[in-house]
Design a protein around this ligand. Structure first.
Ligand code: PNS
Length: 168
């Protein structure tokens, strides 16, 4: 049986913090499924298709440091249902600071109630990304701040295109 983990999130957009967590999960699993949540109620900078395409491109460019098989997928509805459908043993969540913990514990315990066999694995992000979030990256970029090194170069390109199209 292959060891499969789901790494779920909004990924609007993928940051270097996300990529760091994917790389940290690799030695523990044969396959890591990066699963983008389809949430029609949330206003996003990038469409689901754009987010998936960005993640696929960045993963392909980072293949040397990603030692597990990386699959990029989308899901809607409950994460617990999706994880079970995928026959995953684990859900990966990155923890940046203690402030993330309360919410992540709630998610993990609710998911455990719904899918008792799926374990949540918390991975500590690199310290240099401990303040990083997709939301802050978008805000800083929208007001002209420098986000080099916080998101992959491809993401900066795509964000520039969005700003040119008048989307933020
Ligand atoms: O990157 P995010 O936005 O912090 O990811 C949150 C995510 C996608 C993990 C969470 O919102 C989720 O799992 N949503 C799916 C719906 C669900 O299962 N809700 C109950 C969680 S206990």
């Amino acid at each position: 049986m292959i060891r499969r983990a789901i790494y779920p999130g909004s990924f609007d957009p993928l940051t270097c913090g996300h990529l760091d967590i994917i790389a940290r999960a690799c030695p523990m699993f044969d396959e890591v499924v990066v699963a983008v949540l389809v949430n029609p109620n949330k206003v996003a900078m990038f469409s689901i298709e754009e987010r998936v395409a960005i993640i696929r491109d960045v993963v392909a460019a980072s293949a040397a440091k990603l030692t597990a098989r990386i699959v990029v997928d989308t899901f809607g509805g409950l994460l617990a249902d999706y994880a079970q459908q995928q026959q995953a043993q684990a859900v990966i969540r990155g923890i940046r600071a203690i402030s993330d913990y309360d919410y992540e514990q709630q998610l993990a315990l609710m998911n455990r109630r719904l899918a008792p066999k799926v374990e949540t694995v918390f991975l500590l992000s690199a310290q240099e990304y401990s303040y990083l979030s997709s939301r802050l990256v978008k805000e800083v970029f929208t007001y002209g701040g420098n986000i080099d090194g916080l998101v992959p170069a491809l993401v900066i390109e795509k964000m520039k295109e969005k700003i040119q199209q008048g989307v933020s």
